[in-house]
Design a protein. Structure first.
Length: 184
């Protein structure tokens, strides 16, 4: 019996984050689609966006996984569109979710957003800092995206994810805020 992984992840997210405020479906011309669930109960200063559908492509993405992304941006339209563009790129290029990487190009998708927040990419890594058990759904994992600046993306490219994460975690500011200054 095949497991419906996106629905299993949704139940997992509901358990840890509360009922979603909204779920939107995004489709590509090639027929691929992703749902993005928006949660706003557990973290009142944020909207938390969660992908539902990457887990259907586990064989192409190095294993089962879905991605979450925090946003403290009040306009509810920009972040999910940027997020889903990035996720579709991951699917098209078959990028392994466990490889800790950044997807740039925010300035091409939404130049005003990139300029205002000084964020040009989303960095993807295993979710951490959550309640015990959140990062695992049976044999699948939960990953987290964070918006990063041009300088952070450059540092990541030159020094690798371990060095970048050390700088990022050492920063004395809200790590999920779009207004977070660059850590480099």
């Amino acid at each position: 019996m095949d497991m419906n992984w996106p629905d299993l992840y949704l139940r997992h997210f509901v358990r840890y984050l509360g009922k979603p405020f909204d779920i939107q479906v995004y489709r590509q011309e090639d027929g691929d689609n992703l749902r993005i669930a928006t949660f706003d109960q557990r973290y009142p200063n944020y909207k938390l966006y969660a992908s539902l559908g990457l887990s259907n492509h586990g064989s192409d993405l190095g294993g089962l996984g879905e991605v979450i992304l925090f946003s403290d941006e009040k306009n509810g339209k920009d972040v999910p569109l940027i997020f889903v563009h990035s996720l579709f790129f991951i699917m098209q290029k078959k990028i392994a979710l466990d490889s800790r990487f950044a997807i740039g190009g925010i300035e091409m998708i939404n130049p005003d957003f990139a300029e205002y927040f000084q964020k040009v990419a989303i960095y993807y890594a295993l979710a951490d800092g959550f309640d015990a058990g959140f990062e695992k759904v049976k044999e699948g994992l939960v990953y987290q995206g964070i918006f990063i600046s041009w300088a952070e993306q450059d540092y990541l490219n030159r020094n690798g994810p371990v060095a970048f994460e050390e700088k990022y975690h050492a920063q004395d500011s809200d790590p999920c805020s779009l207004r977070r200054p660059s850590c480099v």
